[in-house]
Design a binder for this molecule. Structure first.
Ligand code: NAD
Length: 333
C-alpha cells in the first residue's frame, strides 16, 4: 500500500524513502498538509504529516472523505491536530513520543554560545575582510550561573553540558529530576532563578500554565546582561514584552529557535514577500538577537529516530496494534 508523506524536506526524503522503502512504497511531497493540499491525499489510506501540518476540522474531514484512515504525525507535539474531530471520524492518529533530546539540548547551547561570543557578527565581518575585535567580547561560562526552566529529558541533557562548562546549576520545574540533583542542581523559585542567572534556557512544554511564562514582569526580573535561550515553544515568551526590554538595551544575547507567531512563516521561504509581522521584523534587527527556524530537532540522529518510529507506527496500525505513540483510538480501560 502506498503511503503519502506531506512536508518532507530535501534532507529528509532519502532517509524516509530508505526507511519506508524496505516495506512500503512512499510518495513524498514538500508541501505541507493544509486545506489547499488535502485533496492530494484522496485514495491514500495512510498519510504522514509534519509538525507544521494544519490538521483542523476541515482538513480532517477532507482526508476522511478521500479514504484516509490513519495519520502518522512525525513529531512529538500534536497541538496542530484536532483530536476530537479525528476521534469522531474514527481515524487512527500516531505521533513520535520520544527522540534524541540531545538534538535540542545541543542546539540550545549552540544558540547560547553563538550570541555570547558574537559568532554571526564575527563571521559577517571576516567575509568582508574586517578582522577587528571591537564589539565581539563575550563572557566565560565557567563559574557563571545557568537557570534551566524545565528539567525533563531536554533540560537534563542541557544541564549535563552546563555541568561540563563548570557552571552553577539552578533549576525550576514542578518535579525535581534526580539526574540534575546528582549534578549539583539547586531547585529554586522561578523568580529566584530569573534574578540570579547569567543564562536562562527554556525547556518546559507550552501549556495554559506556561503560556507567557516570561511576561514583562518576569523579563524585568532577569539581569540586564543575561542571555536568554528559547528552544521549546514560542508561546512561553511574551515577544512584544521581550522587544520592549531589548529596545531598552537589556540582555547580552537572546537566541530563539521558536517564536509564538511562527506558523505560516517558519519552514518557508518568505524572502520575496512583504514582511507582515512587525514584531518578528523588529526582533531580527537587534544585534544581540539570533532567530532560527525551529531547527533544534533537525539532526540526522533525531530525524532518523522520528522516521524509524513513524514506520513502526504505520506497522502497528496495519497489524491492529497500539503503542505509547497511539493518540487515537485512546487506550480503553
Ligand atoms: P519532558 O516532558 O521530558 O520535560 C518537560 C519538563 O517540563 C518536565 O520535567 C515537566 O515536569 C516540566 N513541566 C511541565 N509542566 C510544567 C509547569 N507547568 N511548570 C514547570 N515545569 C513543568 O519534555 P522534553 O522532551 O524535555 O521537551 C521539552 C520541550 O521541548 C517540549 O515540550 C517541546 O516544546 C520542546 N521541543 C522543541 C523542539 C525544537 O525543535 N525546537 C523539539 C522537541 C521538543
Amino acid at each position: 500500500m502506498e503511503i503519502l508523506a506531506f512536508g518532507v524536506t530535501a534532507d529528509e526524503q532519502p532517509l524516509m524513502e530508505a526507511a519506508f522503502g524496505r516495506q512500503h512504497p512512499l510518495r513524498c511531497l514538500d508541501v505541507f498538509l493544509s486545506e489547499d493540499t488535502a485533496p492530494i491525499a484522496a485514495g491514500y489510506e495512510i498519510v504522514s504529516t509534519s509538525v507544521n501540518a494544519d490538521l483542523n476540522e476541515n482538513v480532517l474531514r477532507a482526508l476522511a472523505a478521500g479514504g484516509t484512515r490513519m495519520i502518522a504525525q512525525r513529531s512529538t507535539g500534536f497541538n496542530n491536530i484536532d483530536l476530537k474531530v479525528a476521534t469522531e471520524l474514527g481515524l487512527t492518529v500516531s505521533r513520535v513520543s520520544y527522540y534524541s533530546p540531545y538534538s535540542v539540548a545541543e542546539f540550545a547551547w549552540t544558540l547560547a554560545m553563538a550570541v555570547n561570543r558574537r559568532i554571526v557578527r564575527a563571521s559577517n565581518r571576516t567575509r568582508d575582510f574586517d578582522f577587528r575585535l571591537n564589539g565581539l567580547m563575550g563572557r566565560d561560562m565557567h563559574g557563571r550561573t545557568v537557570g534551566v526552566v524545565g528539567t525533563g529529558k531536554i533540560g537534563a541533557a542541557f544541564t549535563r553540558i552546563a555541568h561540563g562548562f563548570g557552571m552553577k546549576l539552578l533549576g525550576w520545574d514542578i518535579e525535581e529530576n534526580p539526574d540534575c540533583l546528582a549534578l549539583g542542581m539547586q531547585y529554586v523559585t522561578k523568580d529566584e532563578l530569573l534574578a540570579a542567572c547569567d543564562l536562562v534556557s527554556l525547556h518546559v512544554p507550552l501549556l495554559p500554565a506556561t503560556h507567557h511564562l516570561l511576561d514583562a514582569a518576569a523579563l524585568r526580573r532577569m539581569k540586564d546582561e543575561a542571555i536568554l535561550v528559547n528552544s521549546s515553544r514560542g508561546g512561553l515568551i511574551d515577544t512584544e514584552a521581550l522587544v520592549d526590554e531589548l529596545r531598552a538595551g537589556r540582555f547580552t544575547g537572546v537566541g530563539l529557535d521558536v517564536y509564538e507567531a511562527e506558523a505560516g512563516v517558519f519552514f518557508m521561504d518568505r524572502s520575496l514577500q512583504a514582511v507582515e509581522d512587525d514584531t518578528l521584523a523588529r526582533l531580527v534587527t537587534f544585534p544581540q538577537v539570533l532567530v532560527t527556524s525551529h531547527q533544534a530537532y533537525f539532526t540526522h540522529d533525531a530525524v532518523g529516530q522520528i522516521i524509524e518510529t513513524t514506520v513502526a507506527n504505520v506497522e502497528d496500525y496495519l497489524a491492529g496494534r497500539r503503542s505509547e505513540n497511539t493518540l487515537i483510538p485512546a487506550p480503553t480501560g
